[in-house]
Write a protein that binds this ligand. Structure first.
Ligand code: KG4
Ligand code: ZN
Length: 339
């Protein structure tokens, strides 16, 4: 029997996601966003877990309805076991365990970072699948890594941030500019109308050439804004597009410099991006251009698979199902797990 239906749950941060996959195809990918956090300028963990608690049952029902299947047809339940916010993970993992117990079907715990990467293997006419080995730049609100992927389950982090994640660099810069959370998409939007060379910010140095550091950039931006506001109180409003374009250009150049070093070191020229920040239009553009410029083959995920979603948890669930990598009900969620 090679027909497998998997229901997947993602609840690592502030989005409650439920997807249903038939083999490697996504039948539905429902995400309930939590609006509540924008007024606080960031995700409030306690509020996130409460919202997951409210969302989880309706979202599971909606997913089953959208996929037009009955729960008795499901072959396994996959869920995010970490990394993420503990209170949020507990809601998804407890619900997944209960479903697995009630339906008497296997339970599959999934690493959220592995899922961002394997989202590239979702069978979708708008996505091409990378061959092994390939490199993946995983960039989100919580992580910044260059990962070498040898097969579906063997991954090695060869570079990562020593302080802030790229998403944080975007969000914190946006906050300095007075923009609401999450500021990444807004910087992207304003940057499209601005001059990327209007202002320049120095790029950080790291001991391991493949590691990243973004906390210095945030401070540089803060001082730059404070200094200019002293001379002109309307500096930010008057130059918002140029400021955003310059910040985005600096971040994109840092990412590309590291990728070039990783390619040189590994001799791997199949390059994928993943995670919420891979939705960024400039990063997508520059990576696409690298095909002609450096002879790379770029793998850019479909927009809906960049942000946190359950379809990516489902595809890992599918590969683990084929490999019979099941978990027992004693599995616990964990805020910090490695590959
Ligand atoms: O992967 P994700 O949805 O959640 C985490 O696991 O963190 O990533 C969220 C991050 C936020 O920091 C958000 O500002 C950023 O992705 N982001 C963007 C864009 N869209 C989302 N950053 C820059 N440009 C974008 N277009
Ligand atoms: Zn994520």
């Amino acid at each position: 029997n090679n027909s497998t239906y998997i229901l997947a749950i993602e609840s690592s941060c502030d989005d409650t996601g439920v997807a249903i996959l038939h083999n490697d195809k996504v039948l539905c990918n429902v995400v309930a966003n939590q609006e509540i956090h924008s007024q606080y300028g960031g995700v409030v963990p306690e509020l996130a877990s409460r919202a997951h608690q409210q969302n989880i049952v309706p979202v599971v029902h909606q997913a089953l309805k959208q996929a037009n299947i009955d729960k008795t047809q499901l072959n396994a339940i996959a869920f995010t076991k970490g990394p993420g916010l503990m209170g949020s993970l507990l809601v998804g993992s407890s619900f997944a365990k209960s479903m697995s117990l009630a339906l008497e079907i296997p339970l599959i715990g999934v690493n959220h970072m592995q899922a961002h990467i394997l989202a590239h293997f979702i069978n979708d006419k708008n996505q091409k699948k990378p061959p092994f080995p390939f490199l993946c730049l995983t960039i989100s609100g919580g992580h910044t890594q260059i990962v070498k992927i040898k097969d579906h389950f063997t991954m090695e982090v060869i570079g990562e941030t020593i302080d802030d994640a790229v998403g944080e660099a975007f969000d914190k810069s946006a906050k300095i500019l007075g923009l609401p959370y999450p500021g990444g998409p807004l910087i992207d939007k304003y940057a499209q109308l601005g001059n990327p060379n209007a202002y320049s910010f120095t790029k950080p140095k790291t001991k391991n050439p493949l590691d990243f550091s973004f906390s210095g950039l945030k401070t540089a931006i803060l001082y730059f804004i404070q200094k200019n506001i002293k001379e002109n109180p309307h500096f930010v409003e008057e130059n918002l597009n140029d400021i955003c374009a310059s910040i985005q250009y600096t971040i994109t150049s840092i990412l590309m410099e590291k990728l070039k070093k990783a390619v040189k070191q590994t001799q791997i020229k199949h390059i994928a991006i993943a995670g919420g920040v891979s939705a960024n239009s400039e990063i997508r553009k520059v990576l696409k251009e690298a095909e002609n410029k450096y002879g790379w083959t770029s793998y850019i995920p479909k927009f809906e698979y960049t942000m946190d979603n359950a379809a990516m948890i489902g595809i890992v669930g599918y590969y683990k199902f084929l490999d019979k990598q099941f978990d027992d009900l004693g599995i616990t969620a964990s805020a910090r797990i490695k590959f």
